[in-house]
Design a protein around this ligand. Structure first.
Ligand SMILES: Cc1ncc(COP(=O)(O)O)c(C=O)c1O
Length: 401
């Protein structure tokens, strides 16, 4: 049989993270690669109890097909959580999705056609790039500094490239860990909305902030009202509860959400109804905010541990900024070190990370790597960084750097 695949597959690239996760599975490799939460902090009992309630109270009805929009009580509960972040939305502005990954995919399906232009931070989340590239969309990077996209470059590219969408992760970006200033958030909205350029705000990490009192208003909240909104916002329970529930949500103008709902009908009818009911029970009977407080503190400590190790003299030629939340250090290696090559040596030593190259829409920097600090237990972190140091030493010796 000669298989003849669609144009869609021509743009499909395998995710470096997924490939690395495969490489590390079942081996004694310490992985600093995936954006994985700490298993020790999964609220296992609460999740078990939530499912028990669904089985006890919902009976067989709980096993039936559900609405494409998602389980209504859960949508209402998420609306109440959104309202505490100055995002006043009604269930008709919300669609529950199979992770926020599906929200990105659905928006691209209903809003972008092959040849359309999307502006992104460069580097940006590589699985969003995968979707854009598979959809035949032209992806253009906007210059940025530690406060977010530079507004002058953004404005120039809005004029020159005529994008339909700008995709951003303004709070603890993946991979850079960056937090946009309020000025840049407001500036993005001010520049995009009058030009009819939609903003997709991806916010999986906003809750993982190390300073609980810090306020990072979402761009969606700056636009005040979901109707006629210039922003589509997506978030997820993957980082705050567990990724396995594959439960995310997306909010926006009801016309956009309506189209996305139809696209979801075609894609998968609905996300797992039983998981959504369990999440609703969890939100009702479990103090999720207290749990988020616990993981914030644990992740802050893990970040501080990695920071301490990165400050050692043997890593003096690495450049990085201390993350204020999220899950990653974004590290610049000395000029001449290719992180993809370094990874091969690192895996031989027993540690993995994600090379930076795949996060770039254009002009990839070869000497960047992303280190995850949330998944590895603090007592293993020293071993992991010893292995990374050994790989770096071998690399430098081989390349005579
Ligand atoms: C920036 C960003 N967006 C979206 C996702 C997808 O998350 P999920 O589909 O688990 O909600 C991730 C996962 O790591 C991410 O880092």
């Amino acid at each position: 049989m000669e298989y003849s695949f669609s144009d869609y597959t021509k743009g499909l690239r395998s995710s470096a993270v997924r490939d690395i996760l495969k490489l590390t599975q079942g081996k004694s490799i310490i992985s600093l690669a995936g954006g994985l939460p700490a298993e020790d902090y999964f609220p296992l009992e609460a999740v078990r109890e939530a499912f028990d309630r669904v089985f006890r109270e919902g009976g067989k009805g709980a096993m039936q097909y559900g609405l494409t929009e998602g389980y209504t009580p859960l949508r209402e509960a998420i609306c109440r959580r959104m309202a505490t972040k100055n995002m006043e939305v009604k269930p008709e502005h919300m669609l529950l999705t199979t992770g926020s990954q599906q929200a990105i995919d659905l928006l691209v399906r209903v809003y972008l056609s092959p040849g359309d232009v999307v502006l992104v931070e460069n580097p940006t989340y590589l699985a969003a790039l995968q979707i854009f590239q598979a959809s035949g969309v032209q992806v253009i990077g906007v210059e940025a500094d530690s406060n977010g996209m530079k507004l002058d470059d953004l404005e120039a590219k809005l004029e020159r490239c005529r994008p339909k969408l700008v995709y951003v992760t303004p709070t603890f970006a993946n991979p850079t860990g960056k937090v946009w200033s309020l000025d840049r958030r407001a500036g993005l909205l001010r520049l995009c909305k009058p030009r009819n350029v939609l903003i997709l705000e991806d916010d999986p990490y906003g809750e993982i902030k190390f300073d609980s009192a810090a306020d990072y208003p979402t761009i969606f909240s700056l636009d005040k009202h979901p109707e006629d909104c210039g922003v589509v916002y997506t978030s997820t329970f993957s980082k705050t509860v567990v990724p396995a529930l594959r439960s995310g949500w997306v909010i926006g103008d009801s016309r956009v959400i309506g189209q996305m709902t139809r696209a979801k009908q075609a894609a998968d009818l609905h996300s797992s109804a039983i998981d959504q009911q369990a999440l609703y029970q969890l939100l009702t009977h479990f103090d999720l905010d207290a749990h988020i407080g616990t993981i914030r503190e644990e992740y802050r400590q893990r970040m501080m541990r990695m920071r301490e190790l990165l400050l050692a003299p043997r890593f003096a030629d690495l450049r990085w900024e201390e993350p204020r939340g999220g899950m990653f250090f974004w590290v610049e290696l000395p000029e001449g070190i290719r992180s993809g090559e370094l990874l091969k040596l690192a895996v031989q030593e027993g540690v993995a990370f994600v090379p930076g190259t795949d996060f770039y829409a254009e002009h990839p920097q070869l000497n960047r790597m992303r280190l995850n600090f949330t998944h590895t237990a603090p007592e293993l972190m020293g071993v992991a960084m010893d292995r990374l140091a050994a790989a770096l030493e071998t690399y430098k010796a081989q390349a005579a750097l």
